[in-house]
Design a protein around this ligand. Structure first.
Ligand SMILES: [Mn+2]
Length: 435
């Protein structure tokens, strides 16, 4: 659990780093699924990181003037009728009591109050271009604030994107965050294990998806952190296959990419196992290559390394492995230079992980690892069903993905709860029945 004092410390660190001014963070808009039915709501990750406030219709404003830091929350008001239909709200009182707002206001007051707040500042920290509605309110407020300050010559004249600074802090996970990541990843690893155990020829992709998502909810996770991918056979060559509608056949591999979202923190795990319980020779060749590449990338993890270099290593090892298996022909260095691996390995070897499954997008892949960084390592090989590929390899798709935490001296694999060695997988596939 993230305590209210941790949230306060985060706000102080971020606004102190940004400097004098006012930071404005709007919530994500709600999103319609059909008619008057919305998708389950997900708060904006930066707003979550700095406040924990879960509701839509929210705007956080954090002001810094000299030593003084003031935290405003503009929130949906309490409304008994609405709450009877659609669920509880914290309201203005709750925003103060549970979320440490210095001032809390009903969100309809934003139009009036924001110009009065902004007129005191020269810099507005605001992520323009993400949300048309709040862009309009913020732009209008800046105009009004400038009018109010015409005579003094001060007031807001500069808008700065706060994301890079917020993401810099989000990149390093605190002890409390690591605990939540562990929990989310543990739940996900258990779900993968269960899915392996119930896999048998004749079961469908959607039934495996149901098992995965059942295990998530059973353990208190709110939802999958992204659409669960259950891809049998050739479907595994579609990177984001989420239709999950086919029956699984003996002789095929099944690729499952699934992670839970628990207390706002995301897991991201992929395993690939044989539907019939035994890998074929060719499947084993590809699987062993991907596993070897994954382990060699993980072994390199320590403070000072970076994702870009790990990706270069994966590209080199996969290209070499594909030459050895006869899937690529030519000189290793030339093939690497010409990116020939991209026909079979078209994504990067990993990404940051945290509140978002693809976390802190403003942190460059060349950023040097620090203790507390968390990311995935997920090499894959996807062989298309095409004429010039050896027949026995066509349609084989393997990805193996673990979640890695950087420690003071090296790394910890957070997703060790689900096996990945060939013998260990073959020992458990199909040993249980579907409930
Ligand atoms: Mn991933």
């Amino acid at each position: 659990m993230i305590t209210s004092s941790e949230y306060r410390d985060r706000r102080i660190r971020v606004i102190s780093d940004l400097g004098e001014g006012a930071l404005i963070l709007p919530s994500n808009p709600e999103s319609t699924m059909s008619n008057d039915v919305d998708y389950k709501y997900r708060q904006h990750s930066d707003l979550l990181y700095l406040s924990g406030y879960p509701e839509p219709g929210t705007t956080a404003v954090i002001e810094k003037s000299g030593e003084e830091i003031v935290f405003h929350l503009f929130v949906l008001p309490r409304d008994p009728l609405y709450e009877t239909w659609n669920g509880r709200r914290y309201g203005v009182e709750g925003a103060k009591q549970h979320f440490n707002a210095d001032f809390s206001h009903i969100n309809t007051e934003l139009n009036d109050l924001l110009p009065k707040i902004l007129k005191k500042h020269e810099t507005v920290f605001y992520p323009q271009g993400e949300n048309a509605d709040t862009d309009e309110i913020v732009n209008q407020s800046i105009r009004k604030a400038r009018k109010m300050t015409d005579k003094t010559g001060k007031g807001p004249y500069r808008v700065v994107n706060p994301h890079p600074t917020i993401h810099k802090y989000r990149a390093t996970k605190s002890e409390a965050e690591i605990q939540l990541l562990r929990k989310s990843i543990r739940i996900s690893a258990d779900a993968h294990t269960r899915a392996m155990k119930v896999t048998k020829p004749g079961i469908s992709e959607y039934q495996i998806e149901a098992i995965i998502n059942y295990e998530f909810r059973k353990s208190g996770a709110l939802r999958p952190a992204y659409e669960t991918i259950v891809a049998g056979g050739i479907n595994g060559t579609i990177l984001h296959y989420t239709e999950n509608k086919n029956d699984l056949e003996k002789g095929e591999l099944i690729l499952v990419d699934a992670g839970a979202e628990y207390a706002n923190y995301s897991a991201d795990i992929t395993r690939t196992w044989p539907v019939g319980g035994k890998y074929s020779k060719e499947q084993k060749n590809i699987y062993s290559l991907v596993l070897d590449v994954q382990k060699r990338c993980i072994e390199k993890v320590r403070p000072g390394e970076n994702l870009k270099d790990l990706n270069d290593l994966a590209v080199k090892l996969i290209t070499k492995g594909l030459i050895d298996l006869g899937l690529l022909q030519g000189d290793l260095e030339t093939l690497i230079k010409e990116d020939k691996h991209r026909r079979f390995f078209m994504h990067k070897v990993g990404h940051w992980l945290g509140i978002d499954v693809h976390d802190v997008s403003d942190i460059d892949r060349g950023e040097k690892f620090k203790p507390g960084f968390c990311f995935t390592i997920e090499p894959g090989i996807y062989i298309p069903d095409e004429e010039d590929v050896p027949k026995t390899y066509r349609g084989i798709a393997v990805r193996i993905e673990d979640d890695i935490l950087v420690t003071e001296t090296g790394y910890e694999v957070l997703s060790i709860g689900v096996v990945k060695e060939i013998e260990d997988i073959e020992a458990i596939v199909g040993i249980e029945n579907l409930p």
